[in-house]
Design a protein around this ligand. Structure first.
Ligand code: FAD
Length: 239
């Protein structure tokens, strides 16, 4: 039986939890809860960067940008409209962000930039010159290899199934692939939902485990003691 916030209640033979990191469906199949990874992000946007923020635009360039030091860094990319989206990343206790008042943007910028006090001004400008409010985001993940025993009529997809840190850039890709595959298996077995769910999960579990392990390794490459050398080595090893 599913009860929706608007008061609707219905029963269903098939319930797919596609409800993200804090899935309300997940507890039906698994006791796992996302755990804090030790990394906190503060997100910032610089609008129309080439025109309004030329220094930041030049620093970030046209691709994905990393500026890393042990335990902290700036990650940024250019959006299709020419805005820059920036993540200031800090290895910090889970309650670090609680101590920053994000309703007061100027003070929040100062507090975040305290962590980058000895960094070049052009890098600090990625936060200092941000347009609009900063957005705090703790990075959580489910255990690598999260899986569950078959529960009749219930399954999960996307972050509900395999929330991982974003350091492999796979979460949204996997969520879409999960959905497409689940639909394919269900369409192929209209007479046997359990067989379809079993077939779906047989592919889901190893695929998610591998991506989650890669994400966890990515966190070490980006924010470990060897940053940024470890990341450079990883890139150069691909030729
Ligand atoms: C900082 C950051 C950067 C990322 N970068 C990348 C990247 O570069 N590439 C990539 O592939 N992935 C990336 N990801 C991961 C990606 O955002 C997620 O993996 C993806 O959004 C998961 O999709 P989803 O549909 O499973 O969950 P969500 O996008 O969270 O969608 C879940 C939906 O369920 C709804 N919902 C939740 N609870 C309920 C409820 N009780 N009732 C009804 N509806 C509910 C929510 O409102 C939401 O619409 C990144 C994540 C973060 C945090």
């Amino acid at each position: 039986e599913v009860a929706l916030a608007d008061g609707t209640v219905f029963t269903t033979d098939l319930l797919v939890g596609a409800d993200g990191a804090w899935s309300r469906i997940r507890p039906l199949v698994s006791a796992a809860r996302p755990a804090y990874t030790g990394v906190s992000f503060v997100e910032a946007d610089l609008r129309e960067a080439d025109v309004r923020h030329p220094v930041a635009a030049e620093v970030v360039g046209g691709g994905f940008f990393f500026a890393l030091g042990a335990g902290r860094g700036f990650l940024a990319h250019r959006e299709t409209r020419g805005d820059l989206h920036v993540y200031a990343a800090v290895v910090a206790p889970e309650d670090w962000l609680d101590g920053i008042d994000f309703t007061d943007t100027d003070t929040a910028k100062e507090r975040v930039l305290d962590r980058f006090a000895d960094w070049d001004k052009s890098l600090r400008s990625l936060v200092a010159d941000a347009d609009g409010a900063l957005v705090p985001r703790r990075i959580h993940a489910l255990p690598v290899g999260h899986r569950w025993d078959r529960v009749p009529g219930v399954t999960l997809l996307g972050d509900a199934a395999h929330l991982m840190s974003p350091f492999a850039g796979e979460g949204a890709n996997l969520a879409m692939l999960d959905g497409a595959e689940l639909a394919g298996f269900l369409a192929a077995r209209p007479d046997d939902t359990e067989a379809a769910l079993r077939a779906y999960e047989e592919r889901l579990f190893p695929r998610s485990e591998s991506a989650a392990a890669e994400s966890a390794r990515g966190a070490t490459l980006l924010f470990g003691e060897d940053a940024p050398d470890a990341l450079l080595e990883m890139f150069t090893s691909h030729g």
